[in-house]
Design a protein around this ligand. Sequence first.
Ligand code: ZN
Length: 291
Amino acid sequence: MGYLRGTALLLLAVATTCGAQTKALIIDGQNNHAWQQTTPVLKKILEDSGKFKVDVATSPAKGGDMSTFHPDFSTYSLVVSNYNGEAWPAEVNAAFEKWVKQGGGLVAVHAADNAFRKWTGYQEMLAVGGWGGRQSGPGTPMARWRDGRQVMDTDEGPCGRHGARKPFAVTMRDPEHPVAKGLPPVWMHAADELYNHLCGPAQNLTILGTAFSDPENRGTGEQEPMLMSIQYGKGRVFHTTLGHDVAAMQDVGFIVTLQRGAEWAATGKVTLPVPPDFPTATEVKVRQVVP
Ligand code: ZN
């Protein structure tokens, strides 16, 4: 009896522990970045938060038979895109749109915002993106931060540029947002590509953090969006332009905003605390993330 009760309690404890973890799916398989190296780091960062149980769906390689790619989004609360490649089957796009619209959480990392220029739903989810023939203008503005507020810049031109990889400061712009709450107002990010000239539908977009795009480093002289939240139907999207490579992903600012952004996208809340090793306004902080 005692044994059975003990077993039952143990099983209950195991079930509760599993239940407390949200199921997440990272999508990769094609990217002009080293996804084979970065996906295990993203997976480890999410799992280290204690909040996620993470699977990976890898698409066929470039030129492969994409009709075989059918991830089942319905069993997940979060999808993290580390994908920048060929179009998915139309029915996968439709299923993904429906899943996010009905409340699925999406996190887009770095070059994920280069993907799928011709897929309207995806453009709406990420709000802005770059490269792939994108052009800014009315209907596809650049979202920027000027004079203390978010503005839409409809100047016409090609979207998507960056300078050489250097450390830069990220300034938080919506300190009451769950992802941002408690973070220092300014923090140094490790050497990374600072995307500028991103453009897109830019609807239902909240800029959470920006960085100054330095004209001395092929920049715009603007405060460009680095961290964003987007509402898509009932779904929440956290879009980080940071994370070019493993070195950039080992920056504690990247790690913590990814974990908090993922928790927010999946649940609408952030319970993860700001750790003591978070970067400061003057100092980059790095953690070895070993998958
Ligand atoms: Zn990059």
